[in-house]
Design a protein around this ligand. Structure first.
Ligand code: NAD
Length: 421
């Protein structure tokens, strides 16, 4: 087993991208390490009167291009290493999309399902009390991530506003609409991926009536199914944490979503949808044109990647394909639309929320969609062109695109040749 950490593995993307560009060594030195990671212990009073403490972190990886931006995760397996790696990814994701942000991330090591609603509110407010000195509308702007949601963002924005003594909605995004959230944030991640695939469909060899398999039927997966289904494509398989179902003629997406909203697993809906129950792993090898990983990290590995029949993967999840599986897919000619581009619609609409909070003027949903479409198509096309020009994968091209923007910003402060000439 290698001693490489998660962050070491993520940094190999940086080295690979750098090999395609002429950039100063100063740039790599700056991007190799997280700039600031704060660790705190949150203490809250539990409903039974006891005190309990939880480890929490906030990482600001790099802020050369603007205040840092990234979600807060509540998860029992969260670690400093995971937070720093996710903050590294956010740095590149914001640069790919040309958003005026650096990358950040936060987490609390907790299983939120074990907390009551009041305990969850106290924990969310305690996070903001602990990190109020670190975050801020011009410094670091959190958002929801795994097991955090709009209501939690609303509590945190309120806590921050009380601490600084003025309403400061722009400190956090993903808030409820009534508290300064943006229209169009709910489906933004899926919609960004949908615009990307639609824009590059001809180049990707995808056409009308394509067959789609979706791994993970939560926020990102459900909205993607809805958007693609409305366009006449067929969702032939979906999975959740409890299992997967398949129907070669296409599943009824509306009934699937209604079933999930009623708290049922997809496998429980198989009979009424005329679908067969298959193993979760079997979903990956289903006969389809587009596979959409929309669940968790490291789901596609060297063990299951050989079974993939799709010609394109759309990474709505963060880091769903391991680096070794990535190489295998490249060798087999499968195109992977990488997470830092494919799921960046979410952070892009978060950026719109921040802009609207600061200007105090709110856009209608048509305006949000039009702006998202413009950015997705512009940056998707740029990454596609880099991949063709340099004969590389879309993932490497996305990192090259982001790194050249980061390098331009870092080099604008002067690098070694400037100071020694
Ligand atoms: P979610 O919690 O709403 O949905 C996750 C889904 O994955 C659930 O249906 C769950 O049952 C399923 N799942 C869990 N384990 C599984 C397994 N082993 N096999 C199959 N399915 C499994 O989360 P989400 O917001 O849709 O996020 C999904 C992914 O997209 C995550 O990687 C997240 O980081 C990424 N992402 C989400 C957003 C966003 O705006 N929601 C933005 C960027 C990236």
């Amino acid at each position: 087993m290698s001693d490489d950490t998660l962050l070491d593995r993520a940094l190999t993307r940086l080295d690979e991208a750098a090999s395609h560009l002429k950039i100063d060594a100063d740039v790599i030195e700056k991007l190799k390490y997280p700039r600031e990671t704060t660790k705190m212990r949150l203490m809250i009073r539990m409903d039974d009167g006891s005190r309990k403490s939880f480890l929490a972190w906030r990482c600001r990886y790099d802020d050369t291009r603007g205040p840092t931006k990234g979600g807060i995760r509540f998860h029992p397996d969260s670690s400093i290493e995971e937070v720093e790696t996710l903050a590294f990814w956010m740095t590149f994701k914001c640069a790919v999309m040309n958003l005026p942000y650096g990358g950040g991330k936060g987490a609390v090591r907790v299983d939120p399902r074990t907390l009551s609603k009041s305990e969850l509110e106290r924990l969310s407010r305690a996070y903001m009390q602990a990190f109020a000195r670190v975050v801020g509308p011009d410094r670091d702007i959190p958002a929801p991530d795994v097991y955090t949601n709009a209501m939690i963002m609303g509590w945190m924005a309120d806590e921050y506003s009380q601490i600084v003594g003025q309403l400061s909605p722009a400190v956090i995004t993903g808030k409820p609409i009534a508290l300064g959230g943006s229209l169009g944030r709910n489906d933004a991640t899926a919609r960004g991926g949908y615009y990307l695939v639609r824009h590059l469909a001809t180049e990707l060899g995808l056409g009308a009536g394509m067959r789609i398999a979706i791994q993970g039927f939560g926020n990102a997966g459900q909205y993607y199914a809805q958007l693609a289904g409305a366009d006449g494509h067929k969702v032939v398989a979906v999975s959740d944490s409890a299992g997967a179902i398949h129907r070669a003629d296409g599943l009824d997406v509306t009934r699937l979503i209604a079933g999930k909203a009623a708290g049922r697993q997809v496998s429980e809906l198989a009979a009424e949808l005329g679908a067969e129950v298959i193993g979760a792993e079997a979903l990956i090898g289903v006969d389809c044109d587009l596979l959409v990983p929309a669940a968790l990290e490291d789901m596609i590995t060297v063990d299951n990647a050989p079974s993939i029949k799709a010609k394109v993967l759309l990474e709505l999840a963060n880091g769903p394909v391991t680096p070794d599986a990535d190489k295998l897919l490249e060798a087999r000619g499968v195109t992977v639309l990488p997470d830092i581009l494919a799921n960046a619609g979410g952070v892009t609409v978060s950026y719109f929320e921040w802009v609207q909070n600061r200007q105090g003027f709110y856009w209608d949903v048509e305006e949000i969609h039009a702006r998202l479409l413009r950015i997705m198509e512009r940056e998707g096309r740029a990454v596609w062109d880099i991949a063709k020009d340099r004969n590389t994968t879309m993932r490497t091209a996305a990192y090259v695109h982001a790194l050249s923007r980061l390098a331009t910003a870092i080099e604008a402060h002067g690098t070694q040749p400037f100071f020694t000439s």
